[in-house]
Ligand binder design. Structure first.
Ligand SMILES: [Zn+2]
Length: 440
């Protein structure tokens, strides 16, 4: 192991937030955002976000739960893994346990016994993606109830009423979702309708004193439309903002440009949340572009297929070559799975037994949390460019996807020029260099 890699796994002590003066701050009724450090090279920043239920540190990754429980993980485990904010799915929660029961028990925090931050989505995305019969009108999203085939409508007002019952710290506007691959007038129509729906959401929101409504930047892959969307949203003076409509199969070189354009326009003193992003390299790059929050089903979904995340890529534990491998997934990982189980044991249970999915999920969430902590601490030390280069070296070696090279060049990190350790990388035309296991 080279000294540089050693440095990444055991960084020197960090100056914490205590005793620091915020560089930027915003005070909304239910959210105080304080930026404590800004990278002197990139657009990265390290901040604290005080929510009604928890003081979260950003940049942060928020795991996605379904039905009020993480697939295979208890809320106690999520707390032990130091998750600051988790996601609840409004569509599922609206069906079961339902808004009446949730209000009766005092919201989802009480219902699922989760004392920290919660974020719910509008429910619209799930309807559009799960239900093929969804139709968008000015009134809302029309769909067929899969249970009794009746016609139902999700309006901005209903989405907010549901999310008010659930009681999450952060709630999302209903937006008119179009695929990031859609082009033409439909993209503009959806962007403009999303702004009109935002104003209806703001008017319908009953608890601005204890729940934060985040608008969502839309506009597809069109620079002009995204700019107009971000400017219109910034005028609403929201407690925080989301960047939506991306991570839908568009070219990564377009993805990062849309993210960067959005962070350039959105207010600097408010949190920025890039929706649906969870691959390690995307988290590292988007943090350099000034994003503070992320969510993705990827770490737990890939665990169900027996894939464990590491700094050198993903390990497919199903592979026969792990049958006699008595090392943990990652020797440097402090998670309960790595402390107690070998790759050989996991090979025997993944994709066959629930416990396998559970154990790999614990590790994968732990990996995301370690990565984000590393990002935050590097920004606080003003060593983020060095962290980025070490990360890319470990993850990709000498050939890094072109889009990453381009994105980092836009924030003054040039991977093609050797650093003090002599590391440099050549760009290659690929989104990912490594498939699971190619590094093992
Ligand atoms: Zn682990």
């Amino acid at each position: 192991m080279s000294p540089s890699v050693e440095h990444m796994t055991s960084p020197p002590p960090v100056h914490r937030y205590e005793g620091r003066t915020p560089i930027l701050e915003s005070n909304s009724p239910a959210l105080q955002f304080r930026v404590y450090a800004k990278c002197s090279t990139t657009k990265a920043r390290a901040s604290k976000m005080a929510l009604p239920h928890f003081d979260a540190e950003t940049p942060m990754f928020m795991p996605v739960g379904t039905m009020g429980t993480m697939k295979g993980l208890t809320t106690k485990q999520l707390e032990d893994l130091d998750c600051h904010v988790i996601l609840g799915n409004t569509y599922h929660l609206g069906n079961r346990p339902g808004p009446e029961l949730l209000e009766k028990v005092g919201g989802l925090h009480e219902f699922m016994n989760w004392p920290r931050g919660l974020l719910t989505d509008s429910g619209g995305f799930q309807m559009v993606s799960l239900l093929r019969l969804a139709k968008i009108t000015e009134e809302g999203v029309e769909f067929r109830n899969p249970h009794d085939d009746s016609l139902m409508m999700l309006t901005p007002e209903m989405s907010i009423a549901l999310q008010n019952s659930i009681g999450a710290d952060i709630i999302m506007q209903l937006d008119d979702v179009v695929s990031s691959l859609t082009t033409g007038s439909r993209v503009e129509e959806a962007m403009l309708r999303s702004i009109r729906w935002l104003d209806r959401c703001i008017a319908a929101h009953k608890h601005p004193d204890r729940q934060n409504l985040f608008p969502i930047v839309q506009g597809g892959l069109d620079i002009g439309l995204r700019t107009r969307s971000a400017l219109a949203l910034a005028e609403r003076n929201a407690p925080g903002y989301a960047i939506g409509g991306l991570s839908g199969g568009e070219a990564k070189d377009q993805f990062w440009r849309m993210v960067s354009l959005s962070t350039d326009i959105l207010p600097e003193n408010k949190p920025r949340y890039c929706m649906g992003v969870g691959y390690a390299e995307d988290l590292v790059v988007c943090s350099a572009l000034g994003v503070d929050m992320y969510d993705c089903v990827f770490p737990t979904r890939t665990a169900r297929f027996g894939n464990a995340l590491t700094f050198t890529g993903s390990i497919s534990l199903k592979s026969g070559k792990y049958a006699g491998d008595f090392r943990p997934i990652d020797e440097d990982c402090p998670c309960a799975t790595c402390r107690n189980y070998t790759r050989a044991y996991l090979h025997g249970v993944v994709t066959k037994e629930n416990v396998g999915c559970h154990l790999v999920s614990v590790h994968n969430i732990a990996f995301q949390m370690r990565l984000m902590k590393g990002i935050r601490e590097a920004i606080l030390r003003d060593e983020y460019p060095r962290f980025v280069r070490r990360f890319m070296q470990r993850r990709f070696g000498g050939t890094v996807p072109q889009w990453i090279v381009n994105a980092l060049q836009s924030v003054n990190i040039d991977l093609t020029v050797p650093d003090e350790h002599g590391y440099s990388a050549q760009p290659i035309e690929a989104d990912f260099k490594k498939s699971p296991d190619s590094d093992e």
